[in-house]
Design a protein around this ligand. Structure first.
Ligand code: 8HG
Length: 292
């Protein structure tokens, strides 16, 4: 567990002496698209149809617009606060190269997000840039998700599969998803047609989970790895995008190796902690704009 104790107050909960949690690292490391920094320096985000605000003051984490019961049922797991990240970091730091990336992103934690939202979000991510991905997801949520008010502002939950299935390909195109509109439509149909499909995929072992995600239209190995890592707690996933490729070529492997070879190399090297290693590397490479 990465905190000492929990206290409630009128507006939310206070998590005392939190470890391995920095707002910037958690929310800007590439794993999520629906968290925005507010003027006060806190982050406001939408998840599970709710809006919460998170701030860190000294060593304490404040979560606003929630209560103790909801924290225990939802946010404790979402923020992965039951995991001891010192163990992960110590184990991965035996590799001096990785230690540099871990020290840089020391406050990263992997969020446990919703499978359907990650499936659609990472279909949108293929051949796309993060600001554009965020824009498309926001448009989809505004159009098909439920309204949520917080502090006089309106936010929108990510739509359920039932809600998103109402969208036509043309309507999806108007949400800036481009050629991915037909993939989203087809994927919504697949999820809608088989009750419990995403739960069943989540309950598979890592390799089968990866295989089954590849059946969705618009999901290749990299996108499948992101979905399973960010919403299914499959930590042997090693998504190789351009930044992870650059980091791996910079640090470990010869140039011009295929994405598949880099993925295999990473998974062999980092084993059941591959997904964590990947996140430290992705954040390090992107923030430092590393070249090969
Ligand atoms: O956290 C991420 N890891 C990896 N490997 N790739 C990611 C993450 N987040 C994210 O958006 N991507 C993809 O990287 C989406 C997009 O294709 C590209 C942007 O640099």
């Amino acid at each position: 567990m990465d905190f000492e104790k929990l206290e409630s107050f009128d507006k939310g909960v206070k998590i005392i002496n939190v470890k391995n949690f920095e707002l910037y690292d958690v929310f800007e490391c590439g794993q999520c698209f629906r968290w925005e920094k507010s003027e006060s320096g806190s982050y406001i985000g939408v998840a599970f149809g709710k809006v919460i605000e998170v701030n860190k003051i000294d060593n304490d984490l404040f979560i606003y617009n929630t209560n103790e019961e909801q924290f225990n049922n939802l946010w404790l797991d979402y923020f992965d606060l039951n995991r001891n990240y010192d163990e992960i970091k110590n184990s991965l730091s035996s590799d001096p190269i990785l230690k540099e990336a871990i020290d840089f992103g020391a406050g990263i934690r992997l969020l446990k997000q919703e499978p359907f939202e990650m499936l659609i979000s990472f279909i949108i991510s293929s051949n796309n840039r993060i600001p554009m991905i965020r824009r498309a997801i926001n448009k989809i949520s505004e159009k098909y998700g439920k309204e949520i008010k917080y502090k006089e502002k309106v936010y929108y939950g990510f739509p359920s599969v039932t809600e998103l299935s109402k969208a036509t390909i043309e309507e999806l195109e108007s949400c800036s998803v481009g050629f991915r509109a037909k993939y989203i439509k087809n994927t919504c149909e697949a999820v809608n047609n088989e009750k419990g499909l995403l739960n069943n995929i989540k309950s598979c072992d890592d390799d089968n989970c990866h295989e089954k995600l590849l059946d969705f239209m618009g999901v290749g190995p990299k996108v499948a790895d992101c979905i399973m890592l960010f919403s299914m707690a499959k930590y042997s996933a090693f998504p190789v995008d351009v930044w992870v490729k650059r980091a791996m070529m910079h640090f470990y492997v010869a140039p011009d190796v295929s994405l598949k070879k880099i993925r295999d190399f990473g998974r062999n090297k980092f084993g059941s902690l591959s997904g964590f290693a990947q996140q430290y590397l992705f954040f390090y490479a992107r923030e430092n704009d590393i070249k090969i």
